[in-house]
Design a binder for this molecule. Structure first.
Ligand SMILES: CC1(C)S[C@@H]2[C@H](NC(=O)CCCC[C@H](NC(=O)C[NH3+])C(=O)[O-])C(=O)N2[C@H]1C(=O)[O-]
Length: 351
């Protein structure tokens, strides 16, 4: 088909650059008009040497925020939640500022501090301290409220996991169900996402999966296997498990209009700059990246101990890419993995 085919050599090179920068393994899955292409390099398990497998499940970190945003926006569509209402209308007395609205949560403009900055200041000790803990939403919010707010409500973008912890509280209040049940009935089941689960507080990744590895802060220290954890520090902000195929299906279905009515999808993709590069934007629980070839892609990134993820689609949902490296705190590896976006969406012009 006329348009842009993925540059598979460049895609593979981006994955090789990712492992060269310290990831044990990396993989990518592209889905487009001409079908599916997968590439994988390195290992999904350092102990057994099992190679990275594009069918493998893994923790998607903050890509979970887009799942939570879809559920909340469906509740907006059902008139159960008003985007511009104060959060405290639905959760009386929860937040110390009546001016913080539901929309401020989804756009990271609430000013609520991110408790994970202190929690993970020391990478491995911070992780080990929480990997088996089970937190309530309220405990996580209380950690945030001990810190000064970062901005007046609505004034500036400042990314904070706390926003999507409160989104989880809103979903549970409005539906009477745990978020996992709402993910299941509104997204996982309708889209047939058989690899995608929300098992909090279970620590395992069931079925074929990649193991994740943390680089300690101390240079040269051995990698730490971080695969098993409750992810209770994140929950509706980061505890979903998925696979490359399911992430392609999810972002494609979302941008293709299968999960939200046009008015709400348009609101979701309406994004403001997150930095001064004028290529990175944030809408409602959704990132927009403007690529070098002029293509805008929509989705989210994820950083959870041992796993770094990109999950993006074009605005029409016809082309999707998901990519994962099984280490999370090597900046140069995460940047290298980002090269899969340009390779996939700006690839090679076809006649
Ligand atoms: C905005 C982000 C980057 S951070 C946010 C969320 N992940 C977290 O908040 C965990 C941060 C610490 C994870 C840990 N790092 C350290 O411990 C550093 N001392 C590591 O690399 O595994 C997620 O996911 N989001 C990413 C996103 O949306 O892309």
């Amino acid at each position: 088909a006329a348009g842009t085919a993925p540059d598979l050599e460049a895609l593979t090179q981006a994955l090789r650059n990712t492992t060269a920068a310290g990831a044990p393994g990396a993989m990518a899955r592209f889905s487009g008009p001409d079908g599916v292409r997968t590439r994988a390099v390195g290992v999904r398990d350092r102990a057994t040497g099992a190679v990275m497998d594009p069918q493998a499940r893994f923790r998607i970190g903050s890509v979970s925020k887009t799942f939570s945003s879809v559920v909340l926006l469906q509740l907006v569509g059902e008139k159960k939640i008003d985007l511009d209402a104060p959060v405290n209308r639905y959760l009386p007395g929860l937040l110390p500022d009546e001016r913080i609205t539901v929309r401020h949560l989804l756009t990271h403009r609430s000013g609520l501090a991110d408790y994970t900055d202190a929690m993970f200041e020391q990478t491995v000790p911070g992780f080990e301290a929480v990997r088996n803990r089970v937190f309530s939403y309220q405990e996580l919010l209380d950690l945030s409220l001990r810190e000064p707010r970062t901005t007046e409500p609505g004034v500036a973008y400042k990314y904070s996991n706390t926003n999507f912890v409160v989104v989880g509280m809103l979903i549970e209040k409005a539906t009477g169900n745990r978020v996992g049940k709402e993910y299941e009935r509104r997204i996982f089941k309708p889209l047939g996402l058989r690899d995608t689960t929300y098992v909090h507080p279970d620590t395992r990744i069931k079925g074929l999966h990649a193991r994740g590895y943390l680089h300690p802060d101390e240079a040269g220290a051995p990698l730490v296997d971080s695969t098993e954890q409750t992810v209770s520090w994140a929950q509706s902000a980061g505890a979903v498990i998925s696979s490359p195929a399911d992430l392609n299906t999810f972002t494609s279905a979302l941008l293709g209009g299968r999960l939200l009515p046009p008015r709400l999808l348009d609101a979701m993709v309406t994004a403001t700059p997150t930095d001064t590069t004028n290529t990175r934007f944030y809408g409602l629980g959704l990132r927009r990246y403007d690529l070098s070839c002029g293509t805008s892609v929509y989705g989210h990134t994820g950083t959870v101990q041992g796993f770094y993820t990109y999950a993006f689609s074009t605005r029409d949902g016809r082309r999707s890419l998901s990519a994962m490296a099984n280490t999370s705190n090597r900046g140069e590896a995460n940047t290298a993995l980002g090269g899969t976006l340009e390779a996939a969406f700006c690839g090679k012009q076809t006649e």
